[in-house]
Design a binder for this molecule. Structure first.
Ligand code: PLP
Length: 471
């Protein structure tokens, strides 16, 4: 494809994208295909001679769309949001065209330099303590990683390296019996980080508000020390995936200080809400953490992938993963700016800060706040619908864009059946969760364009399926 042909195709694609997003309500939110649907729609092998662009374009509706779950649909209420916005799409187009791999400052100075400034902008926007930001002579700073899972793993590996050094071990030598901690409500990626690193991970029992508290953590640590284990890392969550509950960062932070442990805070979803001052109370105690992560690619209008991670002492991560072959060295590597290859697991990295730059400029702080507040108010609208129907109960208090609800006088099996029927209806899509053995249904406000009428339609569908099931 040459430039002129690309211009025509790109315009066609832009039209397709805008039509898709504008008319998305007309599509069934979840697909009806069976596993293996796609292979029979394609030839057995790649074509010998070039296909025509128009045929590829036609195949999007024929091959792809039947198997797409429409995450941007206002009737998609599953998991957590994965917002897209036009400014972020434009930034990704530019990033794809530049095709830079910005692993070091030298590899593409703008890639590193914009990321440094954007991580400061974003950190200021959510009210992060100053120690997490880049300051002349300071050790704080942020980096864009791919996912919250990567952030948790990188922090764990850095914490392990730091602890091993303190104990006089090298990362390659036999490890003493290290142990990490998180709540029984934290995301599965935390448990996986422990598995990847081959360290024990203790799940601390949360309280009745699904919150990990200091005394429970302290008790678990003391029991492990008694058994000869060496605690080194704790992950606290602001906005759990299951019910959007909150760990007590202050209490946890004090315990981690007492025992000299790395404290990482995972706010993958809820972090975006911190652009609004009224939600900043959720991060009280964050000043005691070593690292903090949230996903603008969830709820801050930045397309996947863009996971923002800050360290108070970036030397801890740089020292943990620093291998410096000649072909990656450059004259400015001891300078003012980071070589981000030391801050992450892969070497290569895309120009993701463009997305943050475009989005923060095109929405401004006020636009981002309005987006979050609108979603929170839509969640409260759905909460009110639930409360007005005596067959239901709200399972957990609503603070942000997630409503957890269930049939009040019914067992888990009946609630499971209700959700199965709701999803089979094809109008809306939700997923369940379970906390302390109670099954509940999660309604997350996801699409950027969800409005009050959409929420009414979603609720109407829940009511309809409930009537059918209970009568
Ligand atoms: N942590 C929390 C609290 C989450 O809600 C999620 C995903 O929903 C994750 C971590 C994992 O996010 P990622 O897909 O960016 O690894």
């Amino acid at each position: 494809m040459e430039g002129e042909e690309f211009k025509v195709a790109a315009k066609e694609m832009v039209d397709y994208i805008v039509d898709y997003l504008t008319n998305i309500r007309e599509r069934r939110v979840v697909s009806e295909v069976e596993p293996g649907y796609l292979r029979p729609l394609l030839p057995h092998a790649a074509p010998d001679t070039p296909d025509q662009w128009k045929d590829i374009m036609t195949d999007i509706e024929r091959v792809i769309m039947p198997g797409v779950t429409h995450w941007q649909s206002p009737y998609f209420h599953a998991y957590y949001p994965a917002n897209v916005s036009y400014p972020a799409i434009l930034a990704d187009v530019l990033s794809d065209a530049l095709g830079t791999i910005g692993f070091s400052w030298n590899a593409s100075p703008a890639c590193t330099e914009l990321e440094v400034v954007m991580m400061d902008w974003l950190g200021q926007l959510i009210g992060l303590p100053q120690e997490f930001l880049f300051t002349p002579g300071g050790t704080g700073g942020g980096v864009i990683l791919s996912t919250a899972s990567e952030a948790t793993l990188v922090a764990l590996l850095s914490a392990r390296s730091k602890k091993l050094k303190e104990l006089g071990h090298t990362p390659i030598s036999d490890h003493p019996p290290l142990v990490a901690y998180t709540s029984d409500q934290s995301h599965s990626s935390v448990e996986r980080a422990g598995m990847f690193a081959g360290v024990r991970l203790r799940l601390v029992t949360s309280d009745e508000q699904f919150s990990m508290r200091g005394p429970a953590l302290r008790q678990a640590i003391l029991a492990d020390i008694k058994e000869g284990l060496i605690p080194f890392y704790v992950v606290g969550t602001v906005g759990t995936t299951s019910a959007c509950s909150y760990d007590n960062l202050k209490e946890i932070g004090e315990v981690t200080r007492e025992f000299g442990l790395w404290f990482h805070v995972d706010a993958a979803y809820a972090g975006s809400a911190l652009v609004c001052e009224e939600f900043r109370y959720l991060m009280i105690g964050l000043e005691l953490a070593q690292s903090f992560n949230f996903n603008p690619h969830k709820w801050l209008l930045v397309n996947f992938d863009c996971s923002a991670m800050w360290y108070k002492n970036s030397n801890d991560v740089v020292d943990a993963f620093n291998v410096d072959p000649l072909y990656l060295k450059h004259e400015n590597q001891e300078g003012l700016l980071p070589d981000y290859r030391h801050w992450q697991i892969p070497l290569g990295r895309r120009f993701r800060s463009l997305k943050l730059w475009f989005v923060m400029r095109m929405y401004g702080k006020q636009g981002l706040q309005a987006h979050i507040r609108r979603h929170v108010s839509l969640a409260h609208q759905f909460e009110n619908h639930v409360k007005e129907d005596s067959r239901f109960e709200i399972f957990f208090p609503v603070t942000l864009g997630l409503v957890c609800f269930r049939l009040k006088n019914e067992d888990n099996a009946m609630n499971e059946k209700l959700l199965k029927n709701i999803n089979a209806g094809g109008v809306v899509h939700m997923v369940p969760s379970k906390a302390k053995d109670v099954y509940f249904i999660r309604f997350a406000v996801c699409s950027v364009d969800t409005n009050s009428d959409d929420v009414k339609i979603s609720w109407k569908e829940v009511k309809k399926q409930t009537d059918l099931l209970l009568n």
